[in-house]
Design a protein around this ligand. Structure first.
Ligand code: ZN
Length: 182
């Protein structure tokens, strides 16, 4: 039996659609994975013993990157995503200067309150205060929390979730603090 797949693109597409959302049993998955090994490994692989030309390699790389646009198109895409055209545009607040009071002292007091640790991953270096409501003008201590650089960029998506998360976290800590004092 040949291990090469001779189905047409159209047929493959139909099979793909039909299989969408189906959950395969472990047995079926193991079976498939064994079959895939046979197909792509060793002499069964159509590329066995051959090498791709530089041009072909370039094409494969681009296809894997999901980027086959020419430089002109890329430029157009960039221009169309700048500022107000970007779906995540928040009104240009990232360019606003920090309020004057947001100085070293305030940073330090936030870091101290949070024990000089990222409040997500516990990291203790590359720390920065994060504005819980993403409003850089809001320098209320309840709106600031210590994060490491990594986590700070991580919380840039799914903002509503993180606002809720950090507000609850601070509230909880405050309550615990009061209990402790009593
Ligand atoms: Zn972190």
């Amino acid at each position: 039996m040949s291990t090469r797949c001779a189905r047409s693109e159209e047929t493959k597409r139909k099979i793909g659609l039909a299989n969408k959302g189906k959950v395969r049993s472990t047995e079926v998955r193991e079976n498939l994975s064994e079959k895939m090994k046979i197909i792509v490994c060793g002499s069964s692989n159509p590329m066995f013993g051959k090498t791709h030309s530089i041009e072909a390699r370039k094409k494969i790389r681009l296809a894997r990157l999901g980027c086959q646009h020419n430089p002109n198109t890329i430029m157009k895409m960039k221009v169309n995503n700048i500022g107000e055209r970007n779906p995540r545009w928040l009104g240009g607040i990232s360019r606003l200067p920090y309020p004057f009071e947001f100085d070293k002292e305030l940073r330090k007091s936030i870091f101290e309150r949070d024990s000089f640790r990222c409040q997500l991953c516990e990291e203790d270096f590359d720390l920065m205060p994060h504005h819980i409501d993403y409003d850089k003008m809001n320098i209320d201590e309840d709106n600031l929390i210590t994060l490491c650089r990594k986590c700070n960029s991580r919380v840039n998506t799914n903002r509503e979730y993180w606002i809720e998360y950090f507000r609850n976290k601070l509230k909880q800590e405050k309550e615990e603090c009061v209990l402790y004092r009593e």
